[in-house]
Design a protein around this ligand. Structure first.
Ligand code: 6CS
Ligand code: FE
Length: 295
């Protein structure tokens, strides 16, 4: 069984192979420890998270936090110009993502460290946590590009050497996330399956993957997305500015482009359990730079 394989140190999340394999059950838990772990979430909220793969909360950030974050981001992008941490839309040149924001801004570092944010991650992961990655995704009005279906864990396992899905993301809305401006879509319960992706990944691939609307590697087969969507449905995560979405690292998720006049800007913080420290990438590539995967 899977637990024996894990005990022998065999990789139970094989991906980026030449041929697609099946959709496999995830051998690890979603909520580590127990539903009685102390922390901000109630036991029913933890059970819902274990079942569907995410939890939402309003008013996690104040209006002052949001204004401060947005003005920091525009100062930082002005200052950095063409730095690797700044990812631009291939068509318009607008900023699409800004990585390592908790290292670029003391204010954002302080926000990430709050009980309502880091505390929830520690409760769900039942461990001390480190920040694996932080970023702001800006989806400007009229010109925001989509993000194709993927599991973040699949990428972090293959390209960063994250051993197990003992990690989660917190997405903090800096603008309203409307049904129309490219909100996150999640296949609820997909975090309990592992969908492997086809194709050996080239070194330096992150330069392409972060700007591509549908990257050639780390992208599940359409048939697999359809199978899971038919079985489990698709949830659209909307919420006012200041709301938070906590979601498992292995949820299949995506978002559409934004052609409304209303930007959709979110601060993402990825927490990884200390006991799940990065190893060599499981997809056989060289490790990605520190601003994408802090070691
Ligand atoms: O490559 C990565 O690490 C990332 N890419 C996507 C599309 N989502 C999560 C993460 O930032
Ligand atoms: Fe993602």
């Amino acid at each position: 069984p899977e637990s024996d394989k894990q005990a022998r140190g065999v990789d139970v999340y094989r991906t980026r192979l030449a041929h697609r394999s099946q959709i496999e059950p995830r051998p690890h838990n979603t909520v580590w420890g127990s539903m009685g772990n102390p922390g901000p979430l109630s036991a029913p909220e933890l059970r819902h998270y274990a079942d569907r793969g995410y939890h939402t909360e309003n008013k996690v950030l104040s209006a002052a936090d949001i204004d401060a974050c947005l003005s920091e981001v525009s100062d930082i992008t002005d200052r950095l110009g063409d730095d690797d941490r700044v990812i631009r839309e291939s068509s318009s040149g607008d900023v699409r993502s800004l990585f390592a924001v908790h290292k670029l801004s003391d204010l954002i570092a302080e926000i990430c460290d709050r009980e309502s944010i880091r505390g929830v991650a520690e409760q769900i992961l039942d461990d001390e946590v480190t920040i694996h990655q932080s970023r702001i995704n800006l989806k400007p009005g009229f010109a925001g590009g989509p993000f194709y279906w993927h599991s973040d864990f699949e990428t972090w396992h293959a390209e960063d050497g994250m051993p197990a899905p003992r990690a989660l993301s917190v997405s903090l809305a800096l603008t309203p996330n409307l049904s129309t401006n490219g909100p996150l879509m999640i296949i609820p319960g997909s975090h309990r399956r592992f969908v492997s992706c086809v194709g050996a990944t080239p070194d330096g691939y992150h330069r392409e993957s972060l700007t591509s609307y549908r990257p050639p590697f780390g992208t599940p087969e359409e048939e697999d997305v359809a199978t899971l969507a038919d079985e489990l449905g698709i949830d659209t995560i909307t919420g006012p500015a200041g709301s938070a979405l906590y979601f498992d690292s292995n949820c299949l998720h995506a978002s559409s482009g934004n052609i409304t006049p209303y930007p959709r800007s979110n601060l993402f913080v990825v927490f990884n359990a200390k006991s799940n420290a990065l190893q060599n990438p499981f997809g056989g590539t060289a490790p990605r730079p520190d601003h994408l995967a802090h070691r």
